[in-house]
Design a protein around this ligand. Structure first.
Ligand SMILES: [Zn+2]
Length: 357
């Protein structure tokens, strides 16, 4: 007896049925170990059933969103009751994280595109600005070239040119008319002036310089140098240069001999290039504008040096026709120094030049 619990219970049940001790035993059995065992057994079973039941319900609840299943498996390791809430939270977190990442990626992409667009726009604007600046500079260069051409400061060696020269001035009544006309046509001339006159007509001489004409030497007192000695030849030349320079600030680089006369002593002592001519208008002799015009227009060629005199009104009149007509024929009206340079001549002291062909 007492070999197994089953036997003991059976004996207890028997004893209970017999009463007496059996009651106490039975009550002991009921209130004692058997009850606690039964309670434990029932409680254990109930717990386990509850646990099982509890564990089997969440799938039904979470099954709907599909992601619940995997989360429940994890929950089954011991947090049976916390499982559903954690899964939902995890899902929400995952969704939030995905949304956050998507939002961040979208923001980064938008920022990248905006940056790229801004860079492209900046590059386009820089290119456009550079093009506009280049166009503006080209336009300005063309304008300046045209202005210089109009001022006679730029000579095109490939185009024909003529040097108009006016002797014996300054003489404002004629010289200013000539300069007015030259300004209108963008031409330049050379004024071979007598030194003793320049102090009286300083304003005209200064205008010559201001407008790009060449101020040149025609001796101090218009003495024929071939009749002078060495000292007077040198004085006639140097004093004229001094007088012109004193009035306008420019020292002449070329001279014309009074009457064109020279000998070996003159050539050796002027110490300047001496400019003769190859077209003599004889304006001083005819005092006739039309004859002066004809003498020029009938034979003028590229590289010619034309001799006229500033003292005569007829010469001024003739110039009003000569200047426009030569311009119309395509001649550049240039100074002696400009023409020499354009034609490749280096002007040398002591030498005579009658044209630059
Ligand atoms: Zn003269």
């Amino acid at each position: 007896m007492g070999d197994s619990p089953g036997t003991a219970i059976a004996e207890g049940q028997v004893a209970r049925a017999e009463g007496g001790q059996a009651d106490s035993q039975a009550s002991g059995a009921e209130g004692g170990q058997p009850d606690s065992q039964a309670a434990v057994a029932e409680g254990g079973q109930a717990d386990s059933q509850t646990a099982v039941a509890g564990g089997s319900q969440p799938p039904a609840e979470v099954a709907g969103d599909g992601q619940g299943a995997s989360v429940i498996t994890v929950g089954g390791t011991g947090q049976q009751n916390a499982g559903p809430a954690a899964a939902q939270e995890e899902a929400e977190k995952a969704a939030q994280e995905a949304a956050r990442q998507a939002e961040e990626a979208a923001a980064q992409e938008a920022a990248r595109q905006a940056e790229e667009a801004a860079a492209q726009e900046a590059a386009r604007q820089a290119e456009e600005a550079a093009a506009q600046e280049a166009a503006r500079q080209a336009e300005e260069a063309a304008r300046q070239a045209a202005a210089q051409q109009a001022l006679g400061r730029t000579v095109d060696p490939s185009k024909p040119m003529v040097a108009l020269t006016y002797d014996d001035g300054p003489q404002p009544s004629v010289g200013n008319r000539i300069m007015d006309c030259l300004a209108q046509y963008g031409g330049k001339a050379t004024f071979f002036m007598v030194g003793e006159r320049v102090g009286s007509y300083a304003t005209e001489v200064k205008r010559m310089v201001a407008e790009g004409h060449e101020v040149a030497n025609h001796s101090m007192n218009h003495k024929y140098l071939q009749k002078q000695g060495v000292a007077e030849i040198q004085a006639q030349v140097s004093r004229c240069n001094d007088a012109i320079e004193a009035v306008c600030g420019v020292r002449p680089r070329v001279m014309r001999l009074p009457g064109g006369g020279y000998n070996s002593t003159v050539l050796a002592n002027t110490h300047m290039p001496m400019i003769q001519w190859n077209i003599d208008t004889l304006d001083w002799k005819t005092r006739n504008a039309q004859q002066t015009v004809n003498s020029v227009l009938g034979k003028v060629k590229d590289g010619d040096i034309i001799l006229m005199h500033e003292l005569y009104g007829a010469t001024g009149d003739a110039s009003m026709t000569i200047i426009p007509e030569l311009t119309k024929r395509g001649f550049q009206l240039v100074t002696i120094s400009e023409m020499a340079a354009a034609k490749g001549y280096s002007l040398e002291a002591g030498k005579l030049y009658s044209s630059f062909r």
